[in-house]
Design a protein around this ligand. Structure first.
Ligand SMILES: [Zn+2]
Length: 411
């Protein structure tokens, strides 16, 4: 059995791995990082199949390229398929706006239609003699772990959460011989979710009491819907803008992929959706505006910041990890950012809340023990060493692959 790492192993972004087992080549995710300049994974060989864990761009972003250039069946849940198509179209638009080379062409995106194979949790399927079992990964709606069984069993987690969130049930360990697991939070733990939620609601209460508005930049896929469900508790006048609107509609079509669908529906009943410039004006008079982009890199968030950033009564509450070099990171570190060559100072309150949909360091250890593998490949982590060290102490063989490297594994 061989694993070839095409990217996204010692970094969060542009993930791609080829699993070669019993002569069958299966691609595990194929994404890209949309920062300036974008970063792509290495090109794969001809493939027998592609299993796609979820729709986030760093995992799914290059699916269209595969459909056009390495045609093979692409296995994914329906919400993952819809989100991947949505982000692919948006990526082309952004590439043109930014003057980047197109990562793929429109026809490639259309090619996805023929490539998609619907996946249902716990319903096994076969790929050229390999038995594949899809299992919920607990990360965002439709996110999937794949257990792939041939001469031995490999579990690929994609992004993973073993803690319950408003949107998702926690993932459970799956027995395997080789575990390929994300390590985003190696060396870091999360505060209990209930604490984070309470702090978030209290912080918005304080903003509303002093007559301000809270701008909440949130990733369109998963985070926006989670944040809206949390906000339900506060009874605020909440407005939703940006791509999160479309993704929410995708999730509403697929109740079976959400932990508590009626709760999502109830949360959305209270949310006003911005559909016009007039809506944008009204949103400025509400309590909370949830909008893209989550890292303040584009989208309607700039229009809101323009109107609200100079007033100390207002607030910018970030809800996820902010990559260095992004507008969100600059706001967090320096209370200033640049847009279209103009520097903006932010007088409004700035805070970050950890609504991560990834498992923390000790959760990864617990999950690994639950799966009971011989060997563990750590991927999707900028700082894999602390986790590798703890796993080795527990007797696991740890593989820290590098971009471009092929490793031969027993089993
Ligand atoms: Zn993800």
């Amino acid at each position: 059995m061989k694993l070839t790492f095409l990217g996204g192993v010692d970094e969060v972004g542009s993930l791609g791995i080829v699993l070669d087992m019993d002569g069958t080549k299966v691609l595990l995710d194929y994404g890209f990082s949309p920062h300036d300049p974008p970063k792509y994974p290495i090109q794969p060989p001809d493939l027998d199949a592609f299993v796609l864990s979820h729709g986030h761009l760093d995992h799914s972003g290059m699916s269209s390229w595969i459909a056009g250039r390495r045609p093979c069946p692409i296995y994914a849940t329906p919400p993952t398929q819809r989100v991947a198509e949505l982000l692919a179209r948006d990526s082309l638009k952004i590439a043109r706006q930014e003057g980047w080379k197109d990562p793929f062409i429109e026809e490639d995106i259309e090619g996805l239609e023929d490539a998609w194979q619907d996946v249902r949790f716990e319903r096994p399927f076969e790929v050229d003699g390999l038995d594949v079992l899809p299992v919920s990964a607990g990360h965002i709606p439709g996110s999937t772990m794949f257990s792939i069984q041939g001469e031995s069993t490999v579990l690929f987690t994609g992004d993973l959460n073993t803690n319950a969130t408003r949107l998702m049930k926690p993932a459970k360990p799956v027995p395997c011989d080789t575990l390929i697991v994300e390590s985003t939070y190696s060396g870091k733990e999360h505060a209990p979710r209930a604490e984070t939620e309470a702090e978030f609601i209290d912080a918005i209460d304080a903003v509303v009491e002093r007559g301000g508005v809270a701008v909440v930049p949130a990733f369109a896929v998963g985070r926006t819907q989670e944040v809206l469900m949390v906000l339900k508790r506060g009874g605020f006048e909440t407005w939703l803008d940006g791509m999160g609107r479309t993704v929410t509609e995708i999730y509403l079509e697929r109740p079976e992929f959400v932990r508590d669908f009626p709760a999502l529906e109830r949360a959305l009943e209270d949310v006003e959706v911005v559909r016009s410039p007039k809506g944008r004006e009204l949103a400025l008079k509400g309590d909370v505006i949830v909008t893209t982009s989550g890292m303040v890199e584009g989208g309607p968030v700039f229009q809101y910041l323009n109107k609200l950033e100079k007033d100390r009564r207002n607030a910018v509450f970030l809800t996820g990890y902010q990559v260095p070099g992004t507008g969100g990171r600059a706001i967090l570190d320096t209370k200033a950012y640049e847009a279209d060559g103009v520097r903006h100072e932010v007088e409004a309150e700035v805070r970050k809340f950890d609504f991560s949909a990834h498992l923390g360091h000790s959760d990864i250890l617990k999950f690994a023990k639950g799966c009971g593998p011989e060997q563990i490949a750590l991927i999707h982590g900028e700082n894999r060493e602390p986790l590798a060290e703890d796993l080795r102490k527990d007797g696991f063989k740890v593989i820290l692959g590098k971009r471009g490297e092929t490793v031969e594994l027993p089993g």
